[in-house]
Design a protein. Sequence first.
Length: 345
Amino acid sequence: MRFGLQLGYWGQQPPAQAQELVIAAEAAGFEAVFTAESWGSDAFTPLAWWGSSTSRVQLGTSVVQLSARTPTATAMAALSLDHLSGGRAILGLGVSGPQVVEGWYGQPFAKPLQRTREYVSIIRQVLEREGKVTNDGPHYPLPYNRADASGLGKPLKSITHPLRADLPIWLGAEGPKNVALTAEIADGWLAIYYTPRLADMYNAWLDEGFARAGARRSRETFDIAATAQVIITDDPKAELDRLRPFMALYIGGMGAEELNFHAQVYRRMGYGDAVDEITQLFRTGRKDEAAAAVPDELILDTTIIGDEAHVREQLLVWEKAGVTMMLVGIRDAEQFERLKPILAS
């Protein structure tokens, strides 16, 4: 199993120790560093800035939101980063949710699977540079041909020759149809709230995509990158209590009440009653009670928390479940130093 550093997206301010962690991760043999975006910091800029102090680690987005940029704009950013880093870019993409897509980006959320398929197809055209980029699909017509078009648009080919036509594209996906699509058209799956306990279910979704005509990869050449908190501690209860408010936010407060993809993930794990309670408490303003209602086992299903022996044991469980890369969330240098011997071994 390989390891990546998951820096995520910023809170109120840029993370103070991010540059230090990036340099330490490369020195420790991590394979990649990933950044994310939500509705504050973007994914590309911090990755380029912090990545400029590295020479070996891959630089990935986990994830870039589709609605934030047109497909060609995303392709331009990815090919630019790939050139500047000497071929180390990984383009991680995700649809986000309707609250962000429509509330922040002012774009329609409908047909996320169709939009993803078109989006990835256009990016691959740009990177392959075999001809002028066109798209007949309804979501990203190229050239633009709707009623308000000037009629002057014409197909174009990237001025800059991409460094790699096969720059890896990984997709963030949570539901069965999206995971199957990921296996069909992408080079890897960015799995959030992954649990080895449900590996057979995930594998069935992936196998559906691998079996489709024209599938890009097989299981042997496909990456499964799971983001997880991996914490060595002598006080697991303290870490569980620290994580409860974040879990309550994602389960009970992220997205719309009637369409929260993170909540759906935990329902599939069998925590439907807990999800209902957390959601009801969180959305009525009782956030502390919502956090207290998060069961220990719900957190432990998708994290690795315990002493060094337990962490080593659980990493093997995740690897046997099919995870090829652990994207580890590390909050400070002290936590990194405790993990480094395990992750480097």
